[in-house]
Design a protein around this ligand. Sequence first.
Ligand code: GLN
Length: 498
Amino acid sequence: MPASNELLERSAAEIAAAVNERRVSAAEVTRATLERVVATEPNVGAYLTVLAEAALAEAASVDRRVAQGERLPLAGVPLAVKDNMCLTGSRTTCGSKILEQWIAPYTSTAVARMLAAGAIPIGKTNCDEFAMGSSCENSALGITRNPYDLLRVPGGSSGGSAAAVAAFEAAIGLGSDTGGSIREPGAFCGVVGFKPTYGRVSRYGLIAFASSLDQIGPLTRTVEDAALTYDAMAGFDPMDATSVQEPVEPAAPALRDDLHGLRVGIVREFDPGALGGAMDALYRAAYAGLERLGAELVEVSLPTAEYGVATYYLIAPAECSSNLARFDGVRYGLRVAGRDVRGMYDATRAAGFGEEVKRRILIGTHALSSGYYDAYYVRAQKARTLIADDFRGAFASCDLIACPAASCPAFRFGAKSDPYSMYLMDYYTIPMSLAGLPAISVPCGWVQPPDGNEPLPIGLQLCGPLFAERLLLGAAHAYERATNHRATHAPLAQRLTA
Ligand code: GLN
C-alpha cells in the first residue's frame, strides 16, 4: 500500500505533521483520499457531492504554502463538510429537493477557517433534510450506511460526515448540532463528536434550522483532532450576530492524561439502568474508568431535563417555520410553476419539502399562532430557562457531567418509523443544546446487538459549563487515551474495501 494510503487511517494531527514535514504532499494525500472515496462510497454513501477538482486545487495551494515555509495546523487534512454549509461554487442541498441544484455563492466562516488552516474539502456529506432527524433517513437525496454495519443507519442529522470519518473517507467531518446531530451520529459511528458552546463557532453560511440552537462542530477519530478543529474554527465573527466575543484559548495544548482534581457529576435522572443490560454495564464501566483516572464522582440532579424533548420540539419547529419561509421558489433553488405567485409558492413548497420538514413547519406555525403562542411557545421558553438553571445548579458541585450520548446503538433502517420514537433519540443530548453548553461524545465500548453480527460502538457524553471547551476536551482526551475503544474493532466498510 502506498505510504499516503496507510496515512489516511491515521489522525488528522499525524497527516498534518507528515505534510508539514514534507514526507508526503497534500496532493498525494488528496489523490489517495479520492481513490478511497471511489472504493468505499458504493458501500457507505457518505457524500452527496465529491469535489475532486476543488480538492486537488486546494491541495496544490497547500503544497505551495508549505514549500514557502508555512506550517499549517491542518495541512493536507481531508475534510468532509455537511451539506448545510456553504462553500463557494459547490452544490449545497441540505439533503432537500428544494435546494438540490442550488450552488452556494459564498463560503461559510467555519469552512473558510478550516481551509485557511490547510484542510482539503473532499466533498459535501449527506444529512437529514435541513438537519431534521437522527438517522439520515430524512434525506431526500441519498442513503448513508453505518460503516460498522451496512444494514444500519449512521445516525443523524450529520450522519454523512460521521460515516465519512469512520470509513476513512476523510479525517475530519464538519457537522451541525441543534439537538444532538453531531453527538448521536458520532456515537453511532464510533467517532468523536463535539458540539462547542452556542455562539463559539460562527453560523455565517450555515443554512439555518433553529437559530438559537444551531452550532457547528467536528466529527473526528481522536479527541486531539476535535481540539485542532475547534482551535481552527472557534472565535468571534462579525458576520454572525450571535457569535460570542469571549476570547478563545486554544484547546489542543490543554489535552491531559488524567482527571485528578476534577469532580464529574453523574446525573441521577439519567440512570443507565433504564437502558438495559449491556448498555448499563458499559456506562457503569465508563464512569468507573473516569474515577480510575483520578476524577471524584458526585451525584447531581437535573430535575427538568426530562422535559427537554417536549421543549425542544416546540422551540426548534417554531424557529424552523420562520427560517424555512425563505424557500418559496423566488430566490433559492427549486421553482414549480403555479397559476399565480401564491400558487407558485404552494407548488414549490409542496414538491420541494419532505414529510418531516412539513411536519415541523406545521408544528412551529401552530405553536407561534395567536391563541396558542402563550400556551406553547412561551411555556417552552420558560422550560428552557429552567433546564439551563438546572445545569447551573449542577455545576455548582461538579466540573463536568458524564452521561450516555444515546439510549441505544445504531438501529436498522426503518426501525424508528413513528416520529416520536425518532424524537426520543435525542433524549440525552437535547438538554445541553437548550442550555447552550459544550458537550462531546467519545467512544466508550461495544455492544453485540441481538439482531446483527457486527459489534456496534456506543458513546459516553461529557458536558461542561459554558465556554469550558478546554477543560472538556482535555478530560475527554484523558478518557480516550486510557481506554482506546476505537481500536478494538475495524469498521466493516474498511474490511470490505481493503
Ligand atoms: N434529531 C433532532 C431533530 O430532529 C436534532 C437534529 C439536530 O441536532 N440538527 O431536530
